[in-house]
Design a protein around this ligand. Structure first.
Ligand SMILES: [Zn+2]
Length: 467
């Protein structure tokens, strides 16, 4: 924390810079009425930003969550504790209508696990079983390894796969391109008779750090156990295989599913002063994988969106419409929280003005991804100009999120995501290294400021967003 001591000192300069920037019209497009409505928000925006960046409140709250509760896999006692804690803390903040909304969630239990090269010589590997994987028999699965780098190569080598452990060893390019080896690789290998799957961790090369994450079995092939190995271990298997050596691996996993258990989304509100039935949702997911502390994925997203309401409350800023924070359950291995919200709020989805999800980390904020009408986008762009002082004024395409997705789709609701500097995100994603020390309190405060200003103004607009 010592290196962060400059945070408070930098505040007056930041607020000054913001006021300065805010004095410029957002666009010199000659539309005077536009400038007028935006002008009314310069002062509250400045106060929200000032309040957010003048303390490390968000970071401290995240440290309490991650240090005293830790990681929070769906169905775990830790997630239950986190839900109870969030409810109590929201009440302490003075949020309104604080409650939980029930969702049944799967309960996957990792148990003991290991993966060892056993021939030609023993090497324990750095591994993590993939979420939702079945376990192995007690003595494990022991078989020769075959290395492939693509599904095409798997198909081409189909006749050599039976009875073997397949290693998908595709270099990490980006998440979207490589995550399919984790999610559908196990069933594809199983369809050719593989007995287990190893996946090169989906993330940039780290320091022998395996990355977990969910797999999805297809119904067409037997369910076989699957685990991620660190890039160094994948590289070793590759070298041995390239030399034509016979490599035997023994995989042991206790993983199992227990019956579904009750969990909940946590909801808190600041009720609108004029149109309380119209709702702006800001959100993050409270569940995490069962490794690390779930700080970046997605404790940080929960705290900065929740902060938006707390900051408004502290500053006595009550917008026309209701701002609602939702902390989702079960994003990582089921998405049941997002589905439950859609089902439970079906009757008021048409009253949802906008839904935002922060699930890309709380690093230096750039702005927001937005999906919605051109008219709404234009308004959101102008609102974002209020954030140029903290560099969070970019509006890009593709606003959405795994948990808000079902509601956005069914209700045709405008969607938003918080866009941040994602350069470190996949290095720590779903690993033991997802701890709060990777998060800068000042960057996190700026994320909270950005969400607070955007949510406040959208909820307070004279006319509903897009109209
Ligand atoms: Zn996440």
């Amino acid at each position: 924390m010592m290196q962060r001591a400059g945070a408070t000192l930098a505040l007056p300069i930041l607020v000054l810079a913001l006021t300065h920037v805010a004095a410029q019209p957002p666009h010199s497009n000659g539309n005077a009425s536009r400038t007028t409505w935006l002008d009314a928000y310069r002062e509250p925006a400045g106060r929200l930003i000032g309040e957010a960046v003048s303390s490390t409140f968000a970071w401290q709250r995240l440290s309490v969550l991650t240090d005293t509760i830790g990681n929070r896999l769906s169905g775990s006692p830790a997630l239950d504790r986190a839900i109870e804690w969030a409810v109590a803390e929201m009440k302490r903040d003075g949020l309104e209508n604080v409650h939980t909304e029930k969702a049944m969630v799967p309960r996957w239990v990792r148990g003991q696990e290991s993966a060892d090269i056993v021939e030609p010589v023993r090497h324990p590997m750095s591994m993590l079983g993939l979420g939702n994987s079945v376990g192995t028999p007690r003595d494990g699965v022991k078989a020769d390894v075959i290395v492939v780098h693509s599904f095409e190569e798997l198909d081409a080598k189909a006749s050599m796969v039976r009875g073997r452990i397949v290693l998908f060893n595709a270099a990490f390019t980006n998440y979207g391109e490589t995550v399919r080896f984790r999610s559908s690789g196990p069933s594809r290998a199983s369809s050719y008779g593989a007995v287990a799957v190893l996946v090169r961790s989906i993330g940039p090369d780290g320091l022998r750090t395996p990355h977990t994450g969910a797999l999805q079995y297809s119904n067409e092939a037997p369910k076989i156990p699957a685990a991620a190995v660190a890039s160094e271990d994948a590289d070793r298997l590759q070298r041995m295989s390239d030399r034509g050596e016979r490599v035997v691996v023994q995989l042991k996993m206790d993983a199992r599913f227990d019956p579904d258990v009750e969990s909940a989304n946590v909801v808190g509100e600041l009720r609108g002063r004029e149109n309380p039935d119209e709702i702006v949702v800001v959100s993050g997911h409270l569940d995490s994988w069962d490794v690390g502390a779930g700080a970046t994925d997605d404790g940080g997203g929960c705290i900065v969106t929740w902060e938006a309401l707390r900051l408004m409350k502290v500053l006595n800023l009550r917008p026309r419409r209701t701002v609602r924070v939702v902390l989702w359950t079960n994003e990582e291995n089921g998405g049941r929280g997002g589905l439950a919200y859609r089902d439970q709020h079906r009757a008021e989805l048409s009253k949802h003005v906008m839904m935002l999800e922060s699930d890309g980390g709380v690093f230096r904020p750039y702005g927001f991804g937005f999906s919605g009408s051109d008219r709404a986008r234009d308004t959101v762009r102008q609102i974002a100009s209020l954030l140029s002082g903290i560099g969070a004024n970019q509006i890009s395409t593709g606003g959405g999120g795994a948990d808000i997705g079902p509601s956005l789709q069914e209700g045709h609701i405008a969607g938003m995501s918080l866009d941040v500097d994602g350069s470190k995100y996949f290095l720590i994603h779903h690993t033991q290294a997802d701890t709060i020390d990777k998060i800068d309190p000042v960057e996190m405060a700026k994320c909270a400021a950005a969400v607070a200003v955007m949510a406040y103004v959208v909820a307070d607009l004279p006319k509903r967003l897009g109209e």
